[in-house]
Design a protein around this ligand. Structure first.
Ligand SMILES: NC(=O)c1ccc[n+]([C@@H]2O[C@H](COP(=O)([O-])OP(=O)(O)OC[C@H]3O[C@@H](n4cnc5c(N)ncnc54)[C@H](OP(=O)(O)O)[C@@H]3O)[C@@H](O)[C@H]2O)c1
Length: 255
């Protein structure tokens, strides 16, 4: 395929985005929709999903989903299939963090983060892949990890461990699912400015962090548009098991 616009098209695809009520998830949903996919918006805050579905107009449906519940994951895929058919693009984007020094992290802190960021991604990816295999449909699973899965971020032990685990789960699934023409890749953003962290990055401490990024700026959701489309579309047909870092050079800054 050499038509450069066509290779990024998702026309005919059915995409499910977890955490579509959040900053990056809503952006990912808009991008996939603009590329032609039918988009299933999944998260717990259904009011935010309904608003996004209304904004997108046709080809979008909102489904309630708590990724920590296997039953909820099954129900969400059932609802997605009734709306649009078998999902062949899955964006595992739901994620949480608890920030405090490791010795102050409780068992509940650890379990809460790992449950969403790692176990939840496992539940969603495996349920989605089982359905693709049963339908003999090729597909693309994109796990939203973080440079925190590759480097250390202060005070978020569960988060960095979960994202490192997610990168390794990505590789494992890529190998096992290649025979089914299902690609599995990890997208690793650096710090992306969103409404939730805007205040911190405006502060002196936040500006000090920005100075450690070789490009001297934070990421913007738009910086993830091309990388997401690459992994989701036929443009990335030979990519599987990859860890795609999008961080302005932050993770390769000098020691
Ligand atoms: N922003 C950054 O700088 C950055 C950098 C690297 C990686 N990331 C990753 O990008 C992803 C999105 O981050 P964000 O910045 O957009 O954060 P955000 O705005 O806080 O969004 C997080 C999303 O996760 C969903 N979520 C949390 N727990 C869930 C659960 N149990 N079941 C279903 N959904 C759940 C939330 O939806 P509900 O509350 O409605 O369920 C929300 O939509 C995360 O995986 C994060 O680790 C972010």
């Amino acid at each position: 395929m050499t038509d450069t616009a066509q290779i990024f098209s998702l026309s005919g695809a059915v995409a499910l985005v977890t955490g579509a009520s959040g900053a990056l998830g809503s952006h990912f949903a808009r991008v996939l929709h603009a590329a032609g996919a039918r988009v299933v918006l999944a998260a717990r805050r259904t009011d935010a999903l309904a608003a996004l579905a209304a904004e997108l107009g046709g080809r979008a449906a909102a489904v309630p989903l708590d990724v920590t519940s296997a039953e909820a994951v099954t129900r969400a895929f059932d609802a997605a299939e009734s709306a649009f058919g078998v999902c062949d693009v899955i964006v595992n984007n739901a994620g949480v963090a608890v920030t405090r020094p490791v010795l102050q992290q409780t068992e509940a802190d650890w379990d809460g983060v790992l449950d969403v960021n790692l176990r939840g991604c496992f539940l969603v990816a495996t349920e989605g892949a089982r359905r693709m295999v049963a339908a003999r449909k090729p597909g693309s699973i994109i796990n939203i990890a973080s440079i925190g899965g590759l480097r250390i971020l202060s005070g978020v032990a569960g988060y960095t461990a979960s994202k490192a685990g997610l990168i390794q789960l990505t590789r494992q699934m890529a190998v096992e699912l290649a025979r089914h023409s299902i690609r599995v890749n990890a997208l690793c953003p650096g710090y992306v400015e969103t409404p939730i962290n805007a205040e911190f990055f405006a502060s002196e401490a936040g500006q000090a962090v920005v100075k450690r990024v070789p490009q001297r700026r934070l990421g913007r959701p738009e910086d993830l548009t091309g990388p997401l489309l690459l992994l989701a579309s036929p443009a990335g047909a030979h990519m599987t098991g990859a860890t795609l870092v999008v961080d302005g050079g932050h993770s390769v800054n000098p020691l």
